[in-house]
Design a protein around this ligand. Sequence first.
Ligand code: TRP
Length: 341
Amino acid sequence: MSRKRILTGDRPTGPLHLGHYVGSVANRARLQDEFETFVIIADAQALTTNFDRPERLAEDVLNVAMDNLACGVDPQKSVLFVQSLVPAIAELTVFYANLVTVNQLFHNPTIKTEAAQHNFEESMPFGFLGYPVSQAADITFCRANLVPVGEDQLPHIEMTRKIVRKFNSLYAPVLVEPEARVSEVSRLPGLDGGAKMSKSLGNAIYLSDPPDVVKQKVARAVTDPARIHPTDKGHPEICTVFAWHRAFNRAESDDIGERCRAGTIGCVPCKARLVAVLNEFLEPIRARRAGYEQDPDLVRDILSTGTARARHEGDRTMALVRAAMKIDYFPPPAPAATAGN
Ligand code: TRP
């Protein structure tokens, strides 16, 4: 039996940050040995909020590819590809659009949050409202079984599952119903203490940030506002810096939490320890990334090979989908009968 498949990925709206790493990139690098892994660089989805500046995509696509490679996504094991170059994704989106209602999309909590961030509440672009439909196509074009994502993506996976069930029961059971896999730490707070690290909120530490930038950013990270003096008793459960210790410094985090609570470690040494831990973690990623930065043609080659592979999978799925819908108007001739028949 063939291995189960993963599909996951990111919007190229800038380089990837620590939130992407703990939310899904680490998981995909870990799972690629066990599963056949497809990593999508969702450039068409990025356009749903950045349609006024398509010229940035070429660089951002390359950046996201390099971040994935630097984090250990191995092109020998995983298919790294560009969404807009896989026609099956656009084609499936058109067919799936008939299987969801506008109301379902308006009620999607992730759409609501993002619409507010982009001031789309009054006037919502059709492409933005519909991107979860296109994301269902991202996941199903390669018949993925598993989707490792951060928890903000769960409404989209739920919608994908609904679309698949509806398609399979209306036409024929050719699509695979995927399951989400949320990582242990699925949401990292931002520097500003906000619920989520995000590029658009300007509160992120990037995988490509040099050591001194990491240091400056951690220095200005919001901590427990009740702590004025290092001996004040702290509340690690509401502290951004503590959440990052939890995610990147598991071994010491219990101890740091206790000392914070007891008022025996101040925010300054707590932050200094985090900076050391983060820089140690980021060092090999920076080194691998630097190698790819010096050879962008290699990265383009990896992407173009992966994209060709994804197109091939997409063509196979489209044949099944068109047959299921009975719209395969010009099917290829049946293979010639063997001699004597
Ligand atoms: N919506 C995802 C994000 O914003 C990116 C994405 C696009 C994705 N297509 C996907 C994630 C398919 C998982 C599966 O991060």
